[in-house]
Design a protein. Structure first.
Length: 633
């Protein structure tokens, strides 16, 4: 099949508003848009400024009304809990409208924020949709974050209620959420009125009288009383959710997603990018705490009338490296979307794909990878063992959907390993130098997007237009700064090579080294520190912290390093995967006092390095190399 990509992209270029007006016809509006884009509204404009809609209606009720009531909407499979469950669209409507009535009775209404701090269970998805139904703005916090991170998000979002469960389940250990939540609420200056807690059989959480409510009991009581909440009317520009993501400091950015543009963009991607038809099974093996989980576990597959999968497990060890193959066979999965790190984990454990011999993967048409750079080795291995196209695609929490990819539904373009292929309609991607001038093909530069961003991308940061402008729009006027660097080749293929800021990517998780430095610096014995991401064969990168101890500290450095590792786990959470702290006598700096993180990274990665001309004292670099060697890094 020849690809329609170039024709469709040119159509968008010719008339972006017309393109999105056509795409908007796929959505059930309460008041359809008469204006497509208002460039004067918001920080850089608003999509569908006069339309009204409800996202939950489009994800649930619409399909029941349209005859999909008996089709599976959600498949839950948990090797962790030894549980499986299927939820039809009809049952999903019952679950979501009943839970929405519970939230309403707890005093939650349109515009209120609700924090969702939950493991990968269907109730997390019910919670998000119940919020969407009544116009409450959900903010899901990944379960691997610790109390302090949760507290920061509570303070910024000022939620009326928190929805949680008694525990998450990680290999070999339970993660009791309630003590973390109680501690977070204690640390936060904003106190939510109510907590709705789902008791899982693996752990019972204690309840605080007056504030905490039992999820199952509340839902049961609402159901017995015949209570259900209807979908409320929202402006297309009203926020659907806020998702916090790492910025360059310890204060995360609250990425806002609106209702209308988000639906239009995600619905478009399901067929045109992912090649999925309604009724098919689409599996994003991520977590609802990340953007991939928001867009492709919850919203996009349901907006499309497909079946989505909630998998509470890992690619390896639950029970083995055949876990993904079992899932694909058991549920006739048509497309799998995961992070390259998951395939690196499988490859490491089962390089010859022996486990695959036990399964039939007839249903699988495509594997999609995102979240971090897809290294050609891993992509080729996946292609070889699966025998289906492996599509790398590049996006960010901020955009909410793919910026650069290979549109399977429009007809695939030839794959070039190392490139996620071409910009999607909606994205005018440019490679520029520091003066915002275009650079030649093949030359590295900053990747920016000509404004406006398309529907679905963030209109702003939560209650912080100024930070939105400062973070993304100020440096390259007229453009959105992606903070990724890369280049374009002569065929128009893009190559995304790495971040230009201090964000690192660990197992597909986005982390701020600045945030980790703040934690290390809070230790009583630490005078100075620097955290960098160093190469890791499994997780892509892993954080490595260098610390200079205060003069006069006589305690064993090894002991302090252990405390620092524990401190980051305690303050940020296990997801930071912070395992290496190295004590050094001095940090390498420029004469103006800037820490030479880039050179330290090259040394740690074993790449070629030279001492920058501006360095204060070149001997320090040899000391860093010796310290890393002594640590076995
Ligand atoms: N709740 C609590 N803790 C969690 C958690 C959660 N929801 N998710 C992860 N953690 C913990 C892990 O148990 C681990 O703790 P440990 O240090 O005690 O081992 C730590 O956080 C780091 O987690 P992670 O980096 O995800 O590694 P992992 O050990 O769980 O396994 C691989 C990761 C190697 C299997 C990896 O291939 C993978 O699949 N990662 C997830 C990829 C992903 O979903 N990315 C999202 C973007 S698409
Ligand atoms: P997140 O916001 O967590 O989705 O992380 C976004 C960042 O992950 C991007 O800015 C990139 O640095 C990186 N990233 C995501 N997908 C890709 C990809 N396909 N190729 C290269 N880098 C990627």
């Amino acid at each position: 099949m020849t690809s329609r990509y170039r024709e469709v992209y040119a159509e968008w270029q010719k008339n972006p508003e017309n393109f999105w007006a056509q795409a908007a016809r796929e959505i059930d509006w309460i008041t359809p848009p008469t204006r497509i884009f208002d460039e004067k509204a918001g920080v850089y404009g608003h999509w569908f400024p006069d339309a009204e809609c409800n996202t939950c209606w489009n994800a649930v009720d619409r399909h029941v009304a349209g005859g999909r009531g008996a089709q599976d909407a959600v498949i839950y499979d948990s090797p962790m809990a030894g549980a499986k469950r299927r939820v039809t669209y009809g049952q999903l409507l019952d679950e979501v409208s009943t839970l929405a009535a519970v939230l309403r009775d707890m005093g939650v209404s349109k515009g209120d924020r609700v924090i969702v701090y939950m493991p990968m269970i269907p109730e997390a998805l019910f919670a998000m949709l119940a919020c969407a139904r009544i116009g409450a703005i959900h903010s899901v916090v990944f379960g691997g974050f610790a109390a302090k991170e949760l507290a920061t998000r509570i303070d910024d979002a000022a939620p009326k209620a928190v929805l949680t469960a008694s525990c998450g389940i990680e290999p070999g250990r339970l993660v009791p959420y309630k003590p973390l939540l109680d501690e977070a609420i204690r640390l936060a200056s904003v106190k939510p009125d109510a907590v709705l807690l789902l008791q899982r059989e693996q752990a019972e959480a204690s309840m605080i009288a007056g504030r905490d409510h039992d999820w199952a009991a509340c839902v049961e009581a609402a159901r017995a009383a015949g209570k259900r909440a209807d979908c409320v009317t929202l402006k297309a520009t009203d926020p659907l959710y806020v998702l916090y993501t790492s910025g360059t400091t310890g204060i995360p950015k609250g990425v806002v997603r609106d209702n209308g543009g988000h639906m239009v963009a995600l619905k478009w991607t399901m067929k045109n990018l992912y090649g999925i038809d309604p009724g098919e099974v689409f599996w994003a093996a991520s977590d609802v705490g990340w953007v991939v989980g928001h867009s492709y576990i919850v919203y996009a597959p349901l907006l499309h009338g497909a079946t989505t999968v909630i998998y509470e497990g890992k690619p390896v060890g639950t029970p083995d490296a055949g876990a993904f193959w079992r899932m694909i066979e058991e549920y006739d999965i048509a497309a799998l979307f995961t992070a390259p790190t998951a395939f690196r984990a499988i490859k490491k454990e089962d390089p010859n794909a022996e486990h695959l011999k036990r399964y039939q993967l007839k249903s699988l048409r495509t594997l999609f990878l995102a979240g971090e750079r897809a290294d050609p080795d891993t992509v080729q291995w996946a292609e070889r063992i699966l025998g289906v196209p492996v599509i790398d695609h590049w996006w960010q929490t901020e955009t909410g959907w793919c910026i650069v990819g290979d549109p399977v539904g429009l007809g695939m373009l030839p794959i070039k390993h190392g490139s996620p292929t071409v910009p999607m309609p909606g994205y005018d991607v440019r490679i520029v130098d520091e003066a915002a001038q275009p650079v030649a093909d093949g030359k590295m530069g900053s990747i920016v997007i000509n404004l406006p961003l398309p529907p679905g991308a963030l209109p702003t940061l939560w209650k912080n237009d100024a930070r939105m402008f400062e973070s993304y729009l100020a440096e390259f006027p007229g453009y959105y700064k992606t903070a990724d660097a890369g280049y374009r080749d002569a065929d128009g293929y893009l190559y995304i090579m790495g971040r230009t800021d201090d964000i690192i990517n660990v197992a597909g998780h986005r982390l701020s080294t600045g945030g980790m430095e703040e934690v290390l610096a809070s230790h009583q014995d630490v005078a100075e520190c620097a955290v960098i991401g160093i190469k890791d064969a499994l997780k892509g990168e892993q954080p490595c912290g260098f610390v200079v101890l205060k003069s006069g500290v006589t305690r064993e450095p090894a002991l302090i390093e252990k405390e620092l590792v524990a401190l980051v786990r305690d303050k940020i959470g296990p997801v930071a995967a912070f395992k290496i702290a190295v004590t050094v006598a001095r940090l390498p700096k420029t004469r103006s006092g800037k820490i030479l993180r880039g050179t330290m990274k090259k040394i740690a990665d074993g790449d070629e390095w030279t001492a920058p001309a501006t360095i204060d004292d070149p001997a320090i670099l040899d000391e860093i190399q010796a310290s890393l060697k002594a640590k076995g890094v």
